[in-house]
Ligand binder design. Structure first.
Ligand code: ARG
Length: 486
């Protein structure tokens, strides 16, 4: 696209001279000033809706012809003209003009220049109010489908890494303090669950997005004998928006989309934070490939995890986009208000930020190399199997609260001696409880602790493998469900 003509600079002349008469010139005695044009114009950002705008116009024109509202030669001209418009936009030859305010008027005006009166007939029975609402819904729907595909790609890669690391012990944390042994695969599967719910949210949101506003016209409907269900079918909408006032005015579907994006980003910010933590040299659980890091201009030793840090930071901007849309919609009276033109930038920003983040994470999974020795060392330093010792005593009849206290004393003793629990001689352990026998040592090894958590959702390696198999099936079901909807 040519951006020159959109630049908000008074010393840069518009590439297109103002049209001899603009859309609403009949009612007006003077044109808008340059400042007002810049202030009210949206083509600088809503040109992104051009594909959806053309698609919706074609469906509308087809219906108009089918219903006998325009002639078949009009429809032919409109089709031919829109094809030319499409190729001009695709090749960058289309001249976007701020004088024509937005994507809709730019396309319509060019169409009319190309095919004459048929172009002027296209807007019969519709308004930019239902037109823009339709375009955005189509755009959000397309974007949801893209996000679902990206999430799926991420999930497949995450699953592959989880499978590789299904048995790799690492410390699980609470309060960022070593808590209990888990496997790295189990840890990664937690993110799989989060992103599966994210995908579910987007799919759910898609159902409410996928309703056709067109036909609502400005706000009250139209006097022409239109067939809204026909247009809905043409555009792949599940149904029409029932109420014309609601159809043109509400942007709750965009808010819902941004909410789903914000929650997804929140999950990726958690993963980012963990990657940053894991690759800290003091922790050293993973190494992140150089291509996802940058160095320092002053400290030669530095390797900074910029990519996950930025993903963490960009989460804030998506929250901002969501807040902007919620605030934009708040207290708006029915029906359409120009406020709604402000919906696009936050919406686009949330979508761009999320899709970029997903693309980066898809690549970054392949840049993670695991350091199992460091994970194991952190486990032993942190007395990660203390709970297992307490469980051992409980199973021998000691009430859990008493067992907890006994083990607390044993850990304190081990700490003073600078030993891990498994290194304390049996005789010493028996000072804390005579119930402790030789079999304690298999119960409080890392492998013993892992294997003991053998129920569904637990970290025992065979359960992690079972969870991976179930996840594969779930992903496949989702793929089939999504595929049948799009
Ligand atoms: N560019 C406008 C928007 O994004 C299109 C609808 C304008 N309608 C109107 N009556 N001014 O909302």
């Amino acid at each position: 696209m040519t951006t020159d003509s959109l630049a908000p600079s008074s010393d840069r002349p518009s590439r297109t001279s103002p049209p001899a008469h603009y859309t609403w010139a009949g009612r007006f005695s003077e044109p808008a000033t340059e400042l007002v044009k810049r202030y009210t114009g949206s083509v600088g950002f809503d040109h992104r809706l051009w594909r959806q705008d053309i698609r919706a116009s074609l469906a509308h024109a087809t219906m108009l012809e089918y219903q006998g509202i325009i002639g078949d030669s009009d429809l032919e001209d409109i089709r031919r003209g829109l094809e030319i418009v499409q190729s001009e936009i695709e090749s960058g030859d289309f001249s976007w003009s701020l004088d024509l305010e937005d994507v809709h008027l730019n396309i319509e005006s060019r169409l009319t220049a190309l095919v004459g009166d048929a172009g002027k007939r296209l807007h019969t029975g519709r308004s930019r109010n239902d037109q823009v609402a339709t375009d955005i819904r189509l755009w959000v729907r397309d974007t949801i489908d893209e996000i679902l595909a990206l999430l799926r790609e991420f999930q497949l890669r995450l699953l592959a890494l989880a499978e590789k690391e299904a048995e790799t012990p690492m410390p699980g944390f609470t309060h960022l303090q070593v808590a209990q042994p888990i496997t790295f695969g189990h840890h990664l599967l937690a993110y799989l669950e989060m992103t599966l719910r994210d995908a579910e949210r987007f799919r759910d949101c898609r159902q409410r997005v996928n309703r056709l506003p067109l036909g609502a016209a400005a706000l009250a409907g139209t006097t022409y004998p239109i067939d809204r269900k026909f247009v809905a079918r043409e555009l792949g909408f599940d149904d029409v928006c029932e109420n014309s006032l609601d159809a043109v005015s509400d942007r709750d579907f965009a808010i819902e989309f941004c909410a789903a994006a914000a929650i997804t980003m929140m999950h990726f910010s958690r993963f980012s934070e963990e990657i940053v933590f894991w690759m800290n040299p003091g922790i050293g659980f993973i190494n992140l490939a150089d291509r996802f890091c940058t160095g320092s201009s002053i400290m030669p030793q530095k390797k900074n995890p910029d990519v996950p840090e930025l993903a963490r930071g960009k989460t804030g901007r998506v929250y901002g986009d969501l807040t902007a849309l919620l605030t934009l919609m708040k207290s708006q009276p029915l029906a359409y208000n120009k406020d709604n033109q402000e919906d696009k930038e936050p919406l686009f920003d949330a979508a761009d930020t999320l899709t970029d983040t997903l693309r980066v994470f898809i690549e970054m999974i392949g840049g993670i190399s695991v350091c199992p020795e460091q994970m194991r060392a952190a486990l032993t330093r942190g007395f990660a199997t203390a709970t297992d010792l307490a469980d051992y005593l409980t199973k021998k009849g000691v009430p859990f609260r008493d067992a907890h206290e006994i083990v607390g004393r044993a850990v304190k003793h081990a700490e003073t001696r600078g030993l891990e629990l498994t290194r304390i001689p049996l005789a010493e352990l028996q000072c804390f409880s005579p119930l402790i026998g030789e079999d304690i040592f298999s119960a409080i090894t890392i492998e013993g602790a892992l294997a003991a958590r053998r129920h569904i959702g637990g970290t025992a390696p065979h359960q992690v493998r079972a969870a991976i198999e179930r996840a594969k099936t779930r992903l496949e079901i989702q793929r089939l469900e999504t595929g049948s909807k799009t």
